[in-house]
Design a protein around this ligand. Structure first.
Ligand SMILES: [Zn+2]
Ligand SMILES: [Zn+2]
Length: 181
């Protein structure tokens, strides 16, 4: 499968390595690898942790959910998903002038390092699966807008992030399982 036809969002182009045989225009799954080649990360989430599920947090009437990972080898930080920037709601329905909700945002209050629920270790491998309504659907819905044709990959409808603990091997296949439209 040619990579250009897969719905890999622009911000993940360099770090999502597709794998498996289910990938097509409407679905892509793969592992996250840093541009240095390493696949071991410190994961953090910006959100709320309720009933063992990571969900949106609210600050001054705005809802937030964001996931980033920091490479254990080179320290680069990669944003994996931000509900206010990515996916159908964040990207297509977002503010044309850009999201301004981080200007006064108390990051340290809401951003938390993820630790394995079984062994408390901080090192994880990360996989991502993205579902999309496809290119045609995007072009039909976004006619006469400021978006370009290539933007269809950024309008994905669902993201699933799975984690694998490097210490005990605990796997959470649906660590984040989130509809974006
Ligand atoms: Zn790295
Ligand atoms: Zn563990």
């Amino acid at each position: 499968m040619e990579k250009s036809i897969l719905p890999i969002p622009t911000h993940l182009k360099n770090i999502l390595i597709p794998k498996g045989d289910k990938n097509d225009e409407f679905f892509v799954a793969g592992d996250i690898a840093c541009t240095c080649g390493n696949k071991e990360f410190y994961l953090s989430y910006l959100g709320a942790y309720e009933n063992e599920i990571i969900t949106l947090c609210e600050y001054e009437g705005v809802f937030y959910l964001a996931i980033e990972c920091k490479c254990k080898e080179c320290g680069q930080v990669h944003l994996i998903f931000d509900d206010n920037l990515h996916g159908w709601n964040g990207f297509v329905c977002g503010d044309e002038s850009g999201f301004e909700g981080y200007e006064e945002f108390p990051m340290e209050k809401f951003k938390k390092l993820w630790k394995c629920p079984k062994c408390n270790d901080e090192h994880h491998e990360v996989s991502v699966a993205i579902s999309s309504e496809g290119k045609e659907d995007f072009l039909e819905n976004c006619e006469d807008t400021e978006f370009s044709e290539e933007d269809w990959v950024n309008a994905f409808s669902w993201i699933t992030i799975s984690t694998s603990c490097k210490n005990c091997g605990f796997i959470d296949k649906t660590w984040i399982d989130y509809e974006t439209m």
